[in-house]
Design a protein around this ligand. Structure first.
Ligand code: SF4
Length: 492
């Protein structure tokens, strides 16, 4: 955690941050001299934020919009300084609902001509100011962030953006404090196994192979796996995601998602007659569907432990509509309207927390003396392995980040398992939603990823932490995974 020093060129900018922030003066020579003087006064460990007004170069920018520099340069372009940490601060500002953009800021002591401005825009510059680059030179390698607000500029008067710019700068202050608070060296523990399981890899490969073999578009009913990044990547290759089969045009190829579908959906697909249907249901989900059929055909009352409305549960219950009792909690077990001596079989969703499920199965055993279950665990190897890996590291962590989408069951279970173990845990779709406030006291950060989240997102989260100080990365491995599933028969 570092102290924060905020530097501004003119008094009004300084006042927009706080009353005791020093102003350096508008003239180039004074900026450089004042910066050197100020630096001699601030502690060597302090992180520095340079803030103030600027003029928009890019025509899309708006007055009051914040510009966080990821690169500083001069108009001559001979000198430049990269500030990758700007992305982290920009993400924090955006998460707080502020109007912000990250990119290149150009500093010049003189007002450039229209021609020079146009050239700068072509080179990717967003905004222009009089001081940021020069101040950054004097600061050396201190942690630095530059936040400007669009308010007009040196040519049309720095105050033309008025109150709006002042209030944007004021609002930015909180993120700057949090950024400084998050700066520290830390250890990152990576849970292994994490990220894609065999069922997800098969589902993604199914869509990709179908696109290669049959050409775009290939339709996919529902999200192929519960991850927005995976869906977008497949959309870019030509996949079209639909909610229901009636949205699929005649004679098209359609892939059914990894979570499985009910018998009704399979019937609807075959009744259409004109569709090439490829079922990407994970074989471990299909196994549960077969168990439903077997138990119900033997007149068992089936109790499914799972989460209502999750697509896998909807598909599994659809194998025997009206014959399956769904339980989510111990209270649901108590409320089951079944006789104690009834023939009851239990099954589970594949992506549940193992500890919670064990307590529900135990409650079922207490209620139904003839309870039977699946020959092997329904909770799949990938869910089990990811939870075991998390348990092995979580006691050492100040914070655990679970990479995964909010509709991913196994990712949510990872968060719950960690919290039950007493660790602060947060589900993050990607690194852009990591809250700087979480990191303030977090010296050891664990990272894992749900079975539908790509490993690239884990690496991006590590890179973000590396922008906030030196990071030692260690893998904590509890299992080797060598499981793979063959593609659906139409694609072999
Ligand atoms: S989490 Fe388990 S059940 Fe779900 S797709 Fe992966 S391997 Fe299959």
């Amino acid at each position: 955690m570092a102290d924060l020093e905020v530097l501004s060129t003119i008094r009004l900018e300084a006042q927009a941050q706080s009353h005791d922030v020093p102003a350096m003066g508008v003239w180039h020579r004074r900026v450089v001299e004042a910066t050197e003087k100020l630096i001699a006064e601030i502690t060597p460990q302090a992180a520095v934020a340079v803030t103030g007004f600027s003029e928009a170069l890019a025509p899309t920018l708006r007055r009051g919009q914040l510009v966080v520099a990821t690169e500083l340069r001069t108009t001559a372009g001979s000198s430049a300084r990269a500030l990758p940490t700007g992305e982290v601060v920009a993400n924090d500002l955006a998460r707080r609902g502020l109007d912000v953009i990250a990119g290149q800021v150009v500093s010049t002591p003189r007002c450039p001509s229209g021609e020079v401005r146009e050239a700068l825009v072509r080179q990717g510059a967003l905004a222009i100011d009089s001081d940021s680059f020069f101040v950054s030179q004097a600061l050396g390698h201190r942690p630095l962030v530059v936040v400007r607000v669009i308010a007009g500029g040196p040519c049309c008067g720095p105050l033309s953006g008025g109150i709006r710019a002042m209030s944007s700068l004021l609002a930015a202050r909180w993120s700057l404090e949090r950024w400084a608070g998050a700066l520290r060296s830390r250890t990152v523990l990576l849970a292994t196994p994490r990220s894609f399981c065999a069922g997800v890899e098969r589902a993604i490969a199914t869509v990709e192979r179908a696109l290669e073999r049959f050409g775009a578009p290939v339709y996919v009913r529902r999200q192929i796996v519960h991850n927005g990044y995976v869906v977008k990547a497949l959309e870019a290759k030509g996949a079209v995601f639909v909610q229901e089969l009636d949205e699929v045009p005649p004679c098209a190829c359609v892939v059914l998602a990894a979570h499985g579908v009910s018998a009704t959906v399979r019937d609807e697909a075959s009744q259409r007659g004109d569709l090439l249907v490829i079922d990407a249901t994970c074989p471990l989900v299909s196994k549960v569907h077969k168990e439903v059929v077997r138990f119900t055909s033997q007149d068992y009352s089936v109790v499914l432990i799972g989460h209502a409305n999750h697509e896998e549960v909807v598909g599994t219950m659809g194998e025997a509509p009206g014959k399956i009792h769904l339980v989510e909690s111990l209270e649901d077990v108590d409320a089951l309207e079944l006789e104690p001596g009834a023939r009851v079989a239990y099954l589970t969703q594949t992506t549940l927390a193992t500890d919670e499920t064990a307590s529900i199965v135990s409650a079922l055993r207490s209620r139904f003396s003839h309870l039977t279950g699946p020959p092997g665990e329904d909770i799949c190897y990938a869910t089990q392995n990811r939870q075991d890996a998390l348990r092995a590291l979580v006691e050492h962590c100040d914070l655990l980040l679970v990479i995964g989408s909010s509709n991913s069951s196994n990712s949510n279970r990872l968060v719950e398992v960690a919290r039950r173990e007493g660790c602060r845990a947060e589900l993050v779709e990607d690194e852009t939603v990591i809250n700087l406030g979480w990191l303030e006291d977090a010296e050891v950060v664990g990272i894992t990823a749900g079975a539908s989240a790509p490993e690239s997102l884990v690496q991006r989260a590590v890179s973000t932490l590396q922008l906030l100080g030196p990071v030692e990365v260690r893998e904590v491995q509890t299992a080797d995974e060598a499981v793979s599933f063959a593609l659906p028969r139409q694609l072999r």
